[in-house]
Unconditional design. Structure first.
Length: 143
């Protein structure tokens, strides 16, 4: 095969290797401007049924930080709760499968709970795919 023909095929091979990959995001926005909890999903290979999720707490320009959660089921719903007032600072709790994460937009920290909290608090909604788009759905499936 002529080397020139091989070079012409390179863009098509690159597109095929990337097809089915996923990168999208959704946010729970606060009434205050530039204040949100954002989830960014990444799926490197189309054959995987799981994604890695970056959970980002931001209150700009003061802070912006987060954590990476690996192996989250792509079809899963990630529930967001307003935690009870028993914590040292106001937090939100993100639940994915059996894992729970504390999110503070006050200190802009996200950390995993070692054991599931006894009380999650008020369910605000969930991050999920709806109508082919990843988004935050307020009040979804209140429990």
């Amino acid at each position: 095969m002529n080397p020139r023909h091989s070079l012409r095929l390179l863009p098509f091979v690159a597109v095929l290797s990337l097809s089915g990959c996923l990168q999208d995001s959704a946010s729970y926005a606060f009434p205050e401007k530039d204040h949100a909890i954002t989830l960014v999903r990444n799926q490197a290979w189309f054959w995987l049924d799981s994604v890695d999720v970056e959970v980002i707490a931001s209150r700009l320009p003061e802070c912006n930080d987060g954590i990476r959660i690996e192996g989250v089921p792509r079809a899963g719903k990630l529930a967001l709760y307003q935690a009870p007032d028993e914590y040292p600072e106001p937090i939100f709790i993100l639940q994915t499968d059996q894992r729970h994460y504390a999110i503070s937009t006050q200190s802009c920290r996200v950390q995993k709970f070692e054991t599931a909290p006894a009380v999650l608090g008020e369910k605000l909604g969930q991050f999920q795919e709806k109508d082919g788009k990843f988004q935050f759905v307020a009040g979804a499936n209140k429990e």
